[in-house]
Write a protein that binds this ligand. Structure first.
Ligand code: NI
Length: 262
């Protein structure tokens, strides 16, 4: 097994869920460990109001954390509308850097499509009113996602991008970024390899979605932000550049998009 990040290149994870119960037993020691492996920043994404609050608490406790607050399409509060009072309170915190994760999930379809679309649109509008970028979840909902992004034109990232190279082109035209996680290292990642080939480095954001989607050779195990090293390594191989180029580009893009100084 290769050593993880032997040269301590700076790793920024633009999308993770450290408030997940998978981390409840050893979070403090894990944070110490991944900082040793070069992790300099993490955006923890809320999936509902409660986890958004937990995300903010994490960012108060550990300096490497920043927060995104929002309601995931599988966590919509049935029958209710977006609570702008709660959201306004959350975004007033200085470490909140984005609205997310928000979007459409037609794989699980936990809520009807029209309900998901309403919440997605309302949260994009809220992000724009507050001059914040969005972190977009799109699972098996490429056409509707693209249509809404074209119509409302937020700044932000399509996280864990799973569309085609054609869709990536459309996302880039909108000025948005493409989030790439461990999936690109999987054997069946042919479509994602095509996306990486055409993706300009100045639009790439690295991410984990921890505790999910560990890159190879850790597929199936709990993911943590240091494993981005393997994702960056695969991207470097596809593009014929160095891991350092990939990590530096992603770090610089993360700073630009989210207005973060690390
Ligand atoms: Ni996520």
């Amino acid at each position: 097994m290769r050593t993880i990040n032997p040269n301590k290149l700076p790793i920024f994870d633009s999308h993770a869920h450290y408030d997940d119960e998978a981390f409840s037993n050893d979070l403090d020691s894990l944070i110490g460990d991944i900082k040793q492996k070069g992790v300099v920043g993490i955006i923890n994404c809320g999936v509902n109001y409660e986890s958004s609050k937990k995300s903010i608490l994490l960012s108060e406790k550990h300096s490497i954390f920043y927060s995104a607050v929002g309601v995931h399409p599988s966590d919509i509060y049935e029958g209710k509308n977006l609570d702008v009072t709660v959201m306004s309170h959350l975004v007033s915190h200085p470490k909140v850097v984005a609205i997310g994760e928000i979007g459409l999930d037609y794989h699980w379809n936990t809520f009807p499509r029209e309900v998901q679309i309403k919440w997605f649109e309302d949260q994009i509008k809220f992000a724009k009113e507050n001059s914040l970028p969005v972190i977009v979840h799109d699972r098996e909902a490429h056409n509707d996602t693209l249509e809404i992004l074209k119509e409302l034109h937020p700044i932000g990232v399509v996280h864990c991008f799973s569309g085609s190279a054609e869709m990536a082109k459309e996302v880039l035209k909108l000025g948005m970024y493409i989030g790439v996680g461990g999936v690109v290292t999987f054997k069946n990642a042919r479509k994602m390899v095509e996306v990486i080939k055409m993706l300009p480095l100045d639009r790439l954001l690295l991410e984990t979605d921890a505790p999910y989607l560990s890159p190879e050779p850790f597929r199936g195990k709990r993911c943590s932000s240091d494993l981005i090293y393997f994702t960056a390594s695969k991207i470097a191989e596809i593009k014929g550049i160095t891991i350092e180029d990939v990590l530096n580009a992603s770090l610089s893009n993360t700073k630009t998009l989210f207005g973060i100084e690390v």
